[in-house]
Ligand binder design. Structure first.
Ligand code: SF4
Ligand code: SF4
Length: 370
């Protein structure tokens, strides 16, 4: 049977076909579900067994590698996608500059990496306006970096979000950028006005100083503890983000954090995964399976459980005129996950075409907003 349709998309006249010649057996069963976003349409040539994807990129169906084609997996199945079904969190990347260089920083931040530049107060305001217009129903605004308190407008951006009624979560190492006098007095005012509406999530890679410092440099643990003590004394709500790369079970890890928090009087529950978030490691080179639409049933999972169903991240790339909206916080440098310049454009579904999607989100079950 030959079923051919013609779709005009971005100036391309595209023919899609379900002709199952020898060449096309690999795509048999692919449902061609485009879910309303024609920018992502893949086009099949029924003569050569190749696909033309966005930007006229040609894919050879015979030799598709894993995570190569946006919508088709290497074994010819429909790649899983996730709709923005319930937006709960809008993240802003404040810029990739950081006061330190950690060994395994997923965003490669450092005192010199400014691939993502400081987002401005005015740009955040513009997105708050868009949130209203689009009626997303977001409850929380998250700020991540780099080190967010390197951005001179961090407190002003937080205040705008808090005064608009959002909960604000700032991810920080609680070191010197946060401890500058002006920043501290701004935070004191925010705490006095907005109380528990503001949370700072502190990166503490491991509950022991030795392993934390192995990642972050000698003395980092003590400086972070100083910051946390100041936050404790100021009454600012704190949570912690740790990592699971150590040779210990989750129970051991949580018990270690519990002892640390008790020793310093930190009001953080080490056994609550929302207050002490333990992140799995992300290794883009690990050999992980691709997620197909069939996987949801097999794994007994639902797309709504994956982060990109409930959040987006705004970034400002170096040299760009305007910020861009990305599918999530985890893939800041992968073009395919850049959805547009506006929240409206960012409402399109996300195809899970990256090892992080499999390892970190679908199989690992991680969430940045837990
Ligand atoms: S403190 Fe955070 S942002 Fe800075 S280098 Fe370390 S992991 Fe990256
Ligand atoms: S890494 Fe996770 S949140 Fe990001 S696009 Fe993939 S599945 Fe979605």
């Amino acid at each position: 049977m030959l079923l051919a349709q013609t779709i005009v998309s971005y100036g391309l006249i595209a023919t899609k076909s379900s002709t199952h010649t020898k060449h096309h057996n690999r795509v048999r069963g692919y449902s061609w579900g485009f879910h309303g976003d024609f920018r992502n349409i893949a086009v099949v040539s029924d003569r050569q067994g190749s696909h033309i994807g966005m930007n006229n990129q040609v894919f050879d169906l015979q030799t598709l590698a894993k995570f190569e084609h946006p919508q088709i997996t290497a074994d010819g199945q429909e790649r899983a996608h996730v709709a923005l079904s319930d937006p709960q969190t809008l993240w802003f990347n404040t810029g990739t500059l950081c006061n330190i260089t950690c060994e395994n920083c997923y965003i490669e931040s450092s005192p010199t990496n400014d691939r993502l530049v400081y987002i401005s107060h005015a740009e955040v305001r513009d997105f708050l306006g868009q949130l209203k217009e689009r009626n997303w129903g977001v409850r929380e605004i998250g700020f991540t970096g780099g080190e967010p308190f390197m951005n001179p407008e961090m407190n002003a951006m937080a205040e705008d979000c808090l005064s608009a009624g959002y909960e604000v979560l700032i991810l920080t190492n609680a070191m010197q950028p946060m401890m500058r006098k002006k920043v501290r007095s701004g935070l004191e005012q925010l705490q006095a006005t907005y109380g528990a509406q503001l949370t700072l999530r502190i990166s503490v890679d491991h509950w022991s100083g030795a392993l934390h410092d192995k990642e972050r440099g000698i003395g980092a643990f003590e400086r972070t503890l100083e910051g946390m003590k100041w936050l404790r004394d100021t009454g600012i709500k704190m949570t912690v983000a740790g990592r699971t790369m150590w040779d210990e079970s989750e129970e051991q890890s949580r018990a270690g954090f519990d002892a640390l928090f008790r020793a310093h009087g930190f009001d953080i529950d080490a056994f609550d995964p929302g207050q002490t978030v333990l992140f799995p490691e992300m290794d883009a080179n690990a050999d992980v399976p691709e997620i197909t639409t069939a996987c949801w049933g097999i794994l007994n999972k639902h797309p709504d459980q994956v982060m990109c169903s409930s959040s987006r991240m705004v970034v400002k790339r170096k040299g760009a005129d305007k910020p861009a909206v990305l599918a999530c916080t985890l893939l800041p440098y992968t073009d395919e996950f850049e959805l547009g310049e506006t929240l409206e454009q960012a409402e399109s579904p996300v195809h899970l075409n990256h090892p992080h999607c499999s390892k970190f989100c679908v199989l690992g079950g991680a969430s940045c907003t837990a």
